[in-house]
Design a protein around this ligand. Structure first.
Ligand SMILES: Cc1ncc(COP(=O)(O)O)c(C=O)c1O
Length: 349
């Protein structure tokens, strides 16, 4: 007699008591009970205890398969021993010297080797600072003030990046040819906001018209080569190639924000994947190794000679953390998987 299949496991009950108490406690001193709006989920806010591999556990002991992996970077899974052993050993030697280490030099060498096009790079504390510096370098190099930024793209939380990230209402977006510059939140000076020209992604003809009208003012275009902050939106075929040609034609620098695509989309990041050599690139969490929250952020840049200048700082203890992952990728122990889990949607808007 055939046996009945076991009944499917019902949705497991989440235990929330400890987290709810933590949430109420945290609310006293942390706005929203957390350090980031992206993790502020009211009474459902998760307070993590630990992670290993693909799993994380919260402080109530609930176990999860982690599909966000630190927003993408933790390709080795959490608490990878190969990385952590190295980091722990280096930590014990002391890390905060205000001096340079070989880890730092080797890491930049690896960035150059893996991308194949980066000539020089410096490190910052966060992806936010990386994109901020890249924009500044572009302005300094070209002597122009404006940066073109695509609607819906996220480049961190400095004032220049928080323009046209997400509208409250799509009716606010304005004309595709001249989208409205929408500041995200209050407190961004209009003088700063005015230096950012929003443009519609995947509309190369709009970009050409913009360059024809205002190209003399534009220092750079910054782009997430694949939108990692909106599910995973691929560019339309030929968009990056056309943008590369257009920016070169108008003397505008092209900044690839590879904070999420770097060392993921391909070994050499989106630049390799699309066969494009940008003028500057920013890398950050994708250079991260395996642990959940201690994300490393970097900035790498290249400018055409002779202006090879740029100087960015990073917190010292962090520099030891990215070397191990890059090294694993470089030695073929880790490949660079296409990290987007969902079928990439094509943005036709
Ligand atoms: C494409 C992109 N650029 C910049 C940033 C900002 O990086 P950070 O959070 O390290 O400041 C992010 C963060 O998710 C990002 O996805």
């Amino acid at each position: 007699m055939a046996t009945e299949p076991a009944a499917a496991d019902p949705t497991p009950t989440l235990h929330r008591d400890t987290q709810l108490a933590m949430y109420r406690r945290a609310l006293q001193h942390l706005p929203g009970g957390t350090d980031s709006n992206f993790r502020a989920w009211g009474e459902s806010t998760i307070y993590v205890d630990r992670g290993k591999g693909a799993l994380v556990w919260d402080i109530d002991g609930n176990e999860y398969v982690d599909l966000r992996m630190g927003y993408g970077p933790a390709i080795l899974g959490h608490a990878d021993d190969r990385v952590d052993d190295y980091v722990n050993e280096r930590m014990r030697k002391g890390v905060s010297f205000s001096l340079t280490s070989e880890d730092e030099v080797r890491t930049i060498e690896l960035i150059c080797e893996l991308t194949g096009w980066v000539e020089q790079a410096r490190m910052t504390v966060s992806g936010t600072e990386a994109t901020m510096h890249a924009m500044r370098v572009a302005r300094a190099y070209t002597g122009r003030d404006k940066i073109v930024k695509f609607e819906g793209q996220y480049h961190g939380v400095h004032d220049y990046a928080l323009i046209s990230v997400g509208p409250d209402d799509v009716s606010e977006l304005g004309d595709p040819d001249a989208p409205v510059a929408l500041t995200w939140g209050r407190g961004i000076p209009s003088a700063v906001a005015d230096t950012i020209i929003p443009a519609r992604y995947n509309r190369i003809e709009n970009l050409r018209r913009l360059f024809e009208q205002r190209g003399e003012e534009i220092a750079a275009v910054i782009v997430e080569p694949v939108l990692g902050n909106a599910q995973g939106i691929m560019p339309q075929a030929g968009f990056h190639e056309a943008m590369r040609a257009l920016t070169s034609e108008f003397g505008v620098l092209l900044i690839f924000d590879e904070v999420k695509t770097g060392f993921r989309l391909a070994r050499g990041g989106a630049a390799e994947f699309f066969g494009i050599t940008p003028d500057l690139a920013t890398f950050a969490k994708a250079l991260e190794r395996s642990n959940s929250d201690e994300r490393m952020r970097y900035f790498a840049r290249v400018l055409p000679p002779p202006q090879r200048t740029a100087a960015f700082l990073e917190q010292e203890y962090r520099r030891i953390r990215y070397f191990p992952l890059l090294n694993l990728i470089n030695t073929g122990h880790v490949s660079s998987p296409f990290y987007l889990l969902t079928e990439p949607a094509v943005n036709s808007h």
